[in-house]
Design a protein around this ligand. Structure first.
Ligand SMILES: C[S@@+](CC[C@H](N)C(=O)[O-])C[C@H]1O[C@@H](n2cnc3c(N)ncnc32)[C@H](O)[C@@H]1O
Length: 193
């Protein structure tokens, strides 16, 4: 396993991590997962990226670290307290727009095929309302769903819901899909052109 020291961190990440600890926010992306986000973001120069569930901005920081100067990122979050951390540490970056509010409403309001990368990491667009997020992915674009592994704090029905989500993703014919039993457990899907 990589050590913290061996991973080049986005500049804002240590301060975001401190604030995340202080808030006792337990749902930030794990460290191993970050470089994957950064790598995928770097594959979309000039792209429009979407993060569903900003949290405190850990994933946001990794995505921004991979994006080129012309790419844009939209990040949606319904919890203003956690999103405030991301705004404080990343809000000066003109490539990112933080959207407050419910992601389901946001997803419903977007045009189909409007994002080059969708990172589904909070509420709708992953285990529930998967299609709402998938329909936004452009041909050649990437969908990322993480946290497939069991979580200490999960409720009783979550394991079955995750299994159903995985089966749905692996059954898609209009996406090329791979499941990685790595980090928090990830599914990656690229919409076929
Ligand atoms: C796993 S955390 C996000 C972690 C973050 N992306 C990261 O990389 O550290 C999930 C977030 O989704 C948010 N969330 C859950 N349901 C939501 C909804 N319906 N609309 C907007 N945000 C939602 C939660 O408030 C939480 O902050």
């Amino acid at each position: 396993m990589d050590t913290v020291e061996s991973i080049r961190l986005p500049a804002a990440l240590p301060a975001i991590a401190d604030a995340t600890r202080q808030l006792r926010f337990l749902y930030a992306s794990d460290l191993e997962f970050g470089p994957l986000l950064r790598m995928l973001a770097a594959s979309k120069p000039g792209g429009h990226l979407l993060e569903i569930g900003t949290g405190t901005g850990v994933g946001t920081a990794w995505l921004l670290d991979g994006m080129d100067a012309t790419a844009r990122l939209t990040s949606v979050e319904r919890n203003a307290d956690v999103q405030a951390v991301a705004r404080k540490h990343l809000g000066d970056d003109r490539r990112v727009t933080f959207v407050p509010g419910d992601a389901r409403e946001f997803l419903q309001a977007q045009a189909a095929d409007s994002f080059d990368l969708v990172f589904a990491d909070g509420g709708p667009g992953k285990i529930t309302d998967t299609e709402l997020a998938l329909r936004l992915v452009k041909p050649g674009g990437v969908y990322i769903g993480d946290d497939l592994r069991q979580h200490l704090l999960q409720d009783d029905g979550r394991a079955a819901r995750v299994k159903a989500f995985e089966a749905k993703m692996l059954g898609l014919t209009d996406f090329a899909v791979v499941k990685l039993d790595w980090a928090s457990g990830v599914v990656l899907a690229t919409r076929r052109a």
